[in-house]
Design a protein around this ligand. Structure first.
Ligand code: HEC
Ligand code: HEC
Ligand code: HEC
Ligand code: HEC
Ligand code: HEC
Length: 370
């Protein structure tokens, strides 16, 4: 007999009971490929493995770790972490597992809220194996868990954490999804179908599964595909058309900066550039969040009282205009889009020994020959 019905009945009836937590590694036994993909993804990274996250979290507070609701959502003492009664613990699997497999696959509902949305986990019945949600039609059960397809899960699963976040002063720290947006687009781009069954034996001969690499800004090939760049020049004017093809803004992370470096090259020499020293000199081509607190500029947004962002919104196209020295036949214009995973300013607020975080990394380059 299948156990699907029972856990569903118990779902909202039980208050304190719960099935045992199945850690990430326990999935490897049957979902080898998915486990391997997940291990390379940023969802497997958290307080103990993501330097940038840990340094900012410690800077915000050495007592409370309220980042846990999204960065360590499976913690068995979540309330204690958020209120400062406990600290992240390296020997606790529900802490080191970060955005864990089990967590994502037991989200039952996502509630919209002002500061950030809330993930509601399915209550699992005690003494029964847990039910894991997904989107396979008619999924098979196994001796470790029941399986159930859940439409709420597929449509809303990303917006519990990725939608938006405001600080205590109502200042927006990030906003990546609009009110009506669902998760289907996110899944399409970030979890494309790849070959191999959903579990090792591929009992149902599905032949394909949704990739769990969650490629993003850290992948050199994938990050080229988010923005189109079109360049044209005539006389003293240069136009750059940027088109954001993604279903979220270009900047969805307050630590990041993305910027353009444009050069006009004549006979091998740079005769004009859109900035001299710092990319933020070009206010059109520098995309980032800026925060202030009591009139002064701040880097860490947690306590900011004001904030603004220069962004390229989902599906938005923007034309940037530049005045250049009279262009001539044979000139070359290069337009490069760069990302700094952590803005230069971050080094002032936290010491980052990993220079990969602040060093500008090329995302995409376009060359125009006149
Ligand atoms: C509402 C959910 C939520 C909360 C609360 C939250 N974050 Fe995040 N955080 C995210 C999401 C989603 C991402 C991934 C978005 C991205 O990379 O653009 C992220 C990414 C980050 C990154 C970038 C990671 C990297 O290395 O690329 C840093 C740094 C970060 N968060 C710091 C924090 C800190 C510090 C706190 C607590 C003070 C916190 N976050 C609280 C949702 C949240
Ligand atoms: C003993 C083997 C085994 C283990 C261990 C296991 N699974 Fe599964 N899982 C399966 C099988 C078999 C299926 C059905 C696949 C099918 O129908 O093609 C499945 C299906 C699923 C589904 C699909 C449900 C749906 O409705 O789409 C999800 C999600 C899932 N497992 C997650 C996990 C996670 C997360 C873990 C670790 C916490 C895990 N599994 C551990 C064997 C296992
Ligand atoms: C429980 C909260 C949570 C949920 C649910 C969640 N994410 Fe994330 N996601 C995060 C956090 C936190 C990070 C950043 C982790 C880090 O780098 O430290 C992140 C990072 C990412 C990244 C960045 C990868 C990179 O290398 O730049 C992508 C892409 C992503 N998530 C996509 C998704 C998609 C698609 C969904 C829905 C299927 C989803 N996430 C659901 C919390 C979540
Ligand atoms: C049309 C494809 C597409 C869709 C739809 C899409 N993304 Fe992305 N996303 C990308 C690409 C390409 C990148 C990397 C380039 C970049 O960040 O500029 C990216 C980057 C990201 C990042 C990392 C950004 C950073 O700076 O850390 C996160 C997190 C993310 N996406 C989450 C989501 C979520 C959540 C959704 C659904 C609302 C979504 N994506 C929808 C293509 C897409
Ligand atoms: C950030 C949330 C998230 C995390 C973390 C996550 N998954 Fe998934 N998983 C999904 C989503 C969303 C789907 C459905 C994709 C679809 O329908 O195209 C899915 C699908 C699956 C499926 C069904 C295969 C398929 O093609 O639909 C299995 C099995 C699965 N996940 C197992 C795992 C295992 C094992 C881990 C950890 C190693 C894991 N998941 C981590 C969100 C997540």
């Amino acid at each position: 007999m299948r156990y699907i019905v029972l856990p569903f009945l118990f779902l909202f009836l039980c208050t304190s009971s719960s099935a045992k937590y199945m850690d990430n590694h326990s999935c490897n036994e049957c979902h080898e490929k998915i486990y391997e993909e997940y291990q390379t993804s940023h969802h497997s990274k958290g307080y103990f493995s993501d330097t940038l996250h840990r340094k900012i979290a410690d800077k915000v507070s050495m007592k409370k770790y309220d980042c846990a609701v999204c960065h360590m959502p499976m913690a068995d003492n979540l309330n204690d972490l958020v209120t400062g009664k406990a600290r992240p613990d390296k020997s606790n699997k529900t802490h080191t597992d970060a955005i864990s497999c089990y967590f994502c696959h037991t989200i039952a509902y996502v509630r919209k809220a002002h500061r950030f949305n809330i993930n509601t986990k399915a209550r699992q019945a005690e003494n029964y194996k847990p039910t894991l949600y997904g989107r396979l039609s008619n999924p098979d059960d196994n001796d470790k868990h029941s399986s159930a397809s859940n439409p709420v899960y597929a449509k809303k699963v990303c917006m519990g954490c990725h939608s938006h976040k405001l600080n205590d002063n109502n200042v927006t720290i990030f906003r990546a999804m609009d009110e009506k947006q669902n998760s289907l687009g996110c899944i399409k781009c970030h979890m494309p179908e790849v070959s191999g069954g959903a579990e090792k034996m591929d009992k149902r001969t599905r032949g394909q599964h949704a990739s769990h690499r969650f490629l993003g800004i850290h992948d050199k090939v994938f990050r080229k595909t988010g923005v189109d760049i079109n360049v044209s020049a005539s006389g003293e004017s240069l136009s750059v058309v940027l088109t954001n093809k993604m279903e979220h803004p270009l900047i969805i992370q307050p630590a990041r900066a993305k910027f353009l470096k444009i050069a006009l090259i004549r006979k091998g020499k740079v005769v004009w550039q859109n900035f001299i020293k710092d990319p933020s000199e070009d206010t059109q081509g520098y995309f980032a969040y800026h925060f202030r607190q009591g009139g002064g500029k701040v880097i860490i947004p947690a306590h900011a009282t004001e904030g603004r962002v220069h962004n390229l919104y989902a599906k938005e196209s923007k034309t940037l205009h530049y005045k250049i020295p009279e262009s001539k036949k044979g000139d070359i214009v290069t337009v490069s889009l760069y990302v700094q995973l952590a803005k230069s300013d971050c080094t002032k607020a936290i010491d980052l020994e990993d220079e990969n975080l602040t060093r500008p990394q090329l995302m995409k380059k376009v060359i125009l020959k006149l």
